[in-house]
Design a protein around this ligand. Sequence first.
Ligand code: ADP
Ligand code: ASP
Ligand code: MG
Length: 453
Amino acid sequence: MQINVLKFGGTSMADHKTWKQVLEIISNYEYPVVVVSATAQTTRKLVEAGNLAAKGKLDEALEISKSIQKRHNQIVTDFLEENPHAKNKLIKDSCTKNTEAKIGKLNKLLTYTERQGVLSPQMKDAISAMGEQISSYLLAQCGLALDIMTQHIEARKLIKTDSEYGKANPNRLLINQHCGSLETVLESGFTPIIGGFYGESKDKTVTTLGFEGSDYSASLIGAAIGAQTIEIWTDVSGVFTGDPRFIPEAKPLAEMSYFDATEMAYFGAKVLHPSTLKPAQERNIPVFVKNMFKPEDKGTKIVRHSKHDLDVLALSFKQNMATLTVSAYETVMGYSFLTKVFAVLEEHRLAVDAVNTTEASVTIALSDSEILDQLSKEFIEIGTVTLERQKGLLTLIGCSINKADKLTSTIFSSLEKVELNMISFTKEKRILNVVMDDEKLIETTQKVHNQLF
Ligand code: ADP
Ligand code: ASP
Ligand code: MG
């Protein structure tokens, strides 16, 4: 059985018209397993409702919940109106009931949050996963109106994780075991529709895989069932040489390696969740990024080995960064200095994007967050701390060191008037990182892109 895992993101799930397109794409496959996001903006609204409840503004939070219910009921009504079917009355009733039950549960979570006066990570996950829980059920019901044998499968039955709320780690062994049931569903002629982004921990509480986590759900499921392909259907025709929202000249890449795609996602390209490629890579499953509005476009194929002889394959950028410099009290740092610095970062679960060291200090570029304010205290026994905020990180992916002349002349000429805070490069990973002021980041990224491509 050759299974294809298809994932559709928030923009693909925006309204009844895109739902129809999603279902039409699905119907072209023999054995598709479908993973969907929440409808566009819903996750963001759910988190907003949670925060409002925690601040005591329960009325406003419930207002958001009501608007989510209304929007989903409307999508189903419009869909069924445009796609008449004898079963539509039954479908509509089951959709309305299901959404009502989910919204009832959401309202309970919001009320509890108001009473607690704080949105705990556990509660935030339970609230924000509600978008995928609603959308996946409704899309599966709407498939029936098109005579597609869609069947909703609850993601909690498949995606088992630890309890690190907000960024839960999947339990691959359990996921592999539970995903076996999907084959039975497919063999009986049904198409499973699963909500992405969330799962459940050992104690049966809802967990999420982090923002944009539906991509990750799709690849976890794809790897578990040994899919032929994992296809990320989105609103652009593949992975581009730079973010097409900011760089209109950017072009889609026909092919790239798991490694380069992971680095791109990690360094800010929103098109993929950074962990997506790992499960696929382990089982050598090609990942495609395709445009659901232009299905005829080839998109990008991501595979183990993809060679190119370009100076640079692509670039990405990250805003809202900070640099943290820790200077040792002694003039030359001992070998335990870096271990101590990184131990503090580990304790606070702070991921490092780029590092540079001198004889007695280390500078680290990382995403800005409130926690950074508290760090000077933690470093008190190690050294003095300087924190600089409002920084941006530009990353060039797949740089060829053999073309160092070309690289330096094209890139550094574009960077001429920009004050640089840090540069790091390794031949092994072919990644060039440049940290600068955030306000210069977009303009500089565009300039560098246009010089290179
Ligand atoms: P979905 O809702 O389908 O998950 P996302 O908004 O998460 O879609 O991801 C797709 C968006 O990622 C594109 O619309 C594009 O603006 C953005 N993006 C950022 N960098 C890149 C890139 N290098 N290539 C393609 N898209 C990118
Ligand atoms: N809905 C979630 C988010 O907005 C997950 C996803 O769309 O991938 O982050
Ligand atoms: Mg996404």
